[in-house]
Structures are given as structure tokens and as C-alpha cells.
Write a protein that binds this ligand. Structure first.
Ligand code: COA
Length: 252
């Protein structure tokens, strides 16, 4: 499975993964997860790559998991192994990951950054995880990572209440590293990535592993979330939420 909606490029020792499906606001399909996992695998194994970078488009980082794929799973299809393989991959990266967010970052468009080491966003970026509104539950280890990063109440507001956090609020909450004006966002992300690429790679990777903590606990949490997520996907309330999204334009 390959995807033209993921662009992979190299800038010196930095590998850039850019989400590029503008017609669907960068909603992430199974093929896109698969393409990202393959690119991350290749970069982790390549001594010439020292840092991973994730970027989106100016108006949106991502609108989250493709809702058509959710709908297919809700109707009895399978979610596919692609998303699980991607979660395992980003949760266990040895090399540092830097990301840049401009505009919308929804669902996994937000939780992906919890696996990055430094995220920069525009001040008016919008981080939002409407899991519960879709009758789903937090994923990607976010139920473990967000309370640790931002404190329980802010994590609850984000992950359970579905409140949006601007880039400014996300930075103040400790969810991301800093905000940067839109016109220099990508330059700042790349500069940060290149600074990391200059550092002794073994020491950097050990420092990251020490701070990330026990990968076993994170894996277990991801698996627990997946069990609930899969069950909820097939619930009547989730089907109703997906149908409402699909038919919203028709209904006017
Ligand atoms: N999955 C599949 N398609 C999506 C999508 C998603 N997550 N998000 C947006 N799209 C599609 C829309 O269906 C639309 O396609 P169409 O033009 O063929 O009808 C296109 O992207 C543009 O989206 P639209 O809703 O018209 O743009 P908007 O600016 O009015 O709203 C969003 C943008 C992102 C706020 C809105 O699309 C949205 O809420 N998307 C769902 C987000 C979501 O719940 N993600 C899952 C989180 S777990």
C-alpha cells in the first residue's frame, strides 16, 4: 500500500514527512499511516538520518483519522493493522522528532505530537480531539501522555470534553514547545531539527529514552485504548456520529 498523500524528503540529516491531502484537510487514511511507518522505519535504520520532522499544510496539519475508514470499521470492516503499526512506530522512535502545526490539528493530528520531542505551532493553531463526541475514546497513548504533560484537568478538557486549545494555550499547557509566527514556522522547525542533528546522536537518543520512560507502560496503554476504541467504533452511538458527519452537507 503506497500513498501519494505523504511526501517524504531529505534535508541533510533531517527526514521530513509532510501530510499532503489538502482536498480532505489532510485526513489520514490507512495508506498514509503505512507510508509514514515505512518512512520512519527507513529513517531509523539509516545512519545518515538523525532527526524526523512532521509537517502539514498552512491551513491544517490534519483533520484526523479518515472518517470514511472509521465508518468502514464501524460497519464491520477491520480498522487495519496500519494504524496500530504506526502507533507502535512513533511511540518507540529512538531518534528525535520535531513537528510543526499551522491551522487545524484534530484527533491524531493532535495526539501525534505527544510522541514528538519538540512541537512548534502558530499562535492560532487549533488542537482538538473530539473523541468522545464521536463516541470514541482517546488513542495513541494520549490518555497516559497528556495528563503527564499538561496535568489532569487540562488533559480532561482536551481529551474528554473535546475543548479546543489554541497554539498559545497548548504551549502554556506544556503540550507543545512554543508558538512561532506562521510565516517562519517551517523555518523554525527545520532550524530546531538541524540543531538536534548536530548533537552526538547516541547521547541524544539515550537522553530521549530516559525522559520518555517505560515503553512497556506506553505500549500497554495503547493496547488498552485500542480495545475500547474498537468496541466503541462498532457502537450505535459512533455509527450515528459518523453518519451525521457524512450527511452534513446533504442536510444543508
Ligand atoms: N475524514 C474524512 N474526510 C474529511 C475529514 C476526515 N477526518 N475531515 C474533513 N474531511 C473532508 C470533508 O468530508 C470534505 O470533503 P468533501 O469536500 O469531499 O465533502 C473536505 O474534507 C473538506 O472538509 P469540510 O468539512 O468541508 O471543511 P471545513 O473547513 O468546513 O471543516 C473540519 C473542516 C476539519 C473542521 C471538518 O471537516 C471536520 O470536523 N472534520 C472531521 C474531524 C474529525 O472528527 N476527525 C476525527 C477525529 S478522531
Amino acid at each position: 500500500m503506497t500513498s501519494t498523500h505523504i511526501e517524504i524528503s531529505r534535508d541533510g540529516a533531517v527526514q521530513v514527512i509532510r501530510l499532503n491531502r489538502p482536498e480532505k484537510k489532510n485526513a489520514i487514511t490507512r495508506a498514509m499511516y503505512q507510508a509514514m511507518t515505512a518512512a520512519l522505519d527507513a529513517a531509523e535504520a539509516d545512519e545518515g538520518v538523525r532527526v524526523h520532522v512532521f509537517l502539514g499544510q498552512p491551513e491544517f496539519f490534519s483533520s484526523g483519522n479518515d472518517l470514511q475508514d472509521f465508518m468502514a470499521a464501524a460497519m464491520g470492516g477491520d480498522m487495519g493493522q496500519e494504524v496500530l503499526a504506526f502507533l507502535e512506530r512513533i511511540a518507540t522512535l529512538k531518534k528525535p522528532a520535531v513537528s510543526g502545526v499551522s491551522g487545524l490539528a484534530i484527533g491524531i493530528g493532535t495526539t501525534i505530537h505527544m510522541h514528538c520531542d519538540m512541537t512548534y505551532a502558530t499562535p492560532d493553531a487549533q488542537f482538538r480531539t473530539p473523541f468522545v463526541d464521536l463516541a470514541l475514546v482517546p488513542e495513541a497513548g494520549s490518555s497516559l501522555l497528556a495528563p503527564a504533560a499538561m496535568g489532569y484537568q487540562r488533559a480532561f478538557a482536551l481529551l474528554a470534553a473535546g475543548e479546543a486549545f489554541t497554539g498559545e494555550e497548548a504551549a502554556a499547557a506544556g503540550l507543545i514547545r512554543a508558538t512561532v509566527p506562521a510565516e517562519i514556522l517551517e523555518a523554525e522547525v527545520m532550524a530546531a531539527a538541524h540543531r538536534l542533528a548536530q548533537k552526538p546522536p547516541v547521547a541524544l537518543s539515550i537522553a530521549k529514552a530516559l525522559m520518555k520512560g517505560d515503553p512497556g507502560a506506553l505500549r500497554e496503554r495503547i493496547a488498552e485504548e485500542v480495545r475500547h476504541f474498537a468496541a466503541q467504533l462498532r457502537s450505535d452511538e459512533a455509527r450515528a456520529a459518523f453518519m451525521a458527519f457524512m450527511s452534513r452537507k446533504k442536510d444543508g
